[in-house]
Design a protein around this ligand. Sequence first.
Ligand code: HEC
Length: 126
Amino acid sequence: MPAGARNDLRSGLKALLAACLSLGLWVSPAQAVEKDLTTKGEVLVRENCSRCHAIGKEGVSPHPEAPPFRTLSSKYPVEDLAESLAEGIVSGHPDMPIFVFSPHDVEAIIEYLQSIQEQPAAPPRE
Ligand code: HEC
């Protein structure tokens, strides 16, 4: 193969590598991924839910009837919310708008909610 072509190939590979790195496709430790997901979930609930719900480990909900998110697991396993979040969360409260989240956003929200629960997850419903 002529020298020129080989150089092209090499610079092509370098460009590809650089593209992978900049896209964050490089192998990252599982923990970093987990943390990113939790942070994304936190941002999502802060943007969408925090005007009514307390979303942190302490504090009261701005809306008196909205349960603080850290107490949700006392009623049901937090994962049970995944379906409602993906299909449009409607609970029996007219004040709360209907939300529909993408599967990845749902995963992030659940991950975040789990990270702030006051008590260990309730056992799954039979
Ligand atoms: C405009 C105010 C408002 C916003 C915004 C809001 N909620 Fe609510 N939410 C409420 C109220 C009020 C209740 C409690 C009413 C009730 O018990 O019927 C509630 C209850 C809930 C419950 C408990 C339902 C149950 O059956 O125990 C969950 C879970 C919930 N909200 C999740 C969310 C999530 C997730 C978001 C953001 C994506 C959100 N809410 C945004 C007002 C809001």
